[in-house]
Write a protein that binds this ligand. Structure first.
Ligand SMILES: [Zn+2]
Ligand SMILES: [Zn+2]
Length: 108
């Protein structure tokens, strides 16, 4: 499950595995209770992440880039800032550990 940095609301991402990594295919709004019931909160994404050509971006704010919080592992939408604060766990970090998500433009 992912979380919007702007409005701090959760959303789900459909993830395809491909070429040994992952691709974000579709993002959709979801309620916290619903996410728990359907097990979305247990999803862990590790490794290289790519974006599908049709990926729609964050359903809340429209951001097309994401990072994975190095502390809690949640996927968070990204707006170009150098230091990010995770809306889930509140940990701030410089965006280096998220290099595996920063794959837009390569790997096709
Ligand atoms: Zn967002
Ligand atoms: Zn976090």
């Amino acid at each position: 499950m992912a979380m919007c940095e702007k409005i701090k609301e959760p959303f789900g991402i459909t993830v395809d595995s491909r070429d040994g990594g992952y691709a974000f295919v579709w993002a959709f709004k979801i309620k916290k209770e619903q996410a728990k019931r359907e097990g979305y909160d247990k999803t862990h994404v590790r490794g290289a992440v790519d974006y599908d050509d049709d990926f729609n971006g964050c359903p809340h704010c429209g951001a097309k880039n994401f990072y994975i919080c190095s502390s809690c592992g949640r996927v968070v939408c990204y707006h170009g800032q150098k230091v990010v604060t995770c809306p889930n766990c509140g940990v701030s970090s410089a965006l280096q550990s998220a290099a595996s998500v920063d794959l837009s433009g390569g790997g096709f």
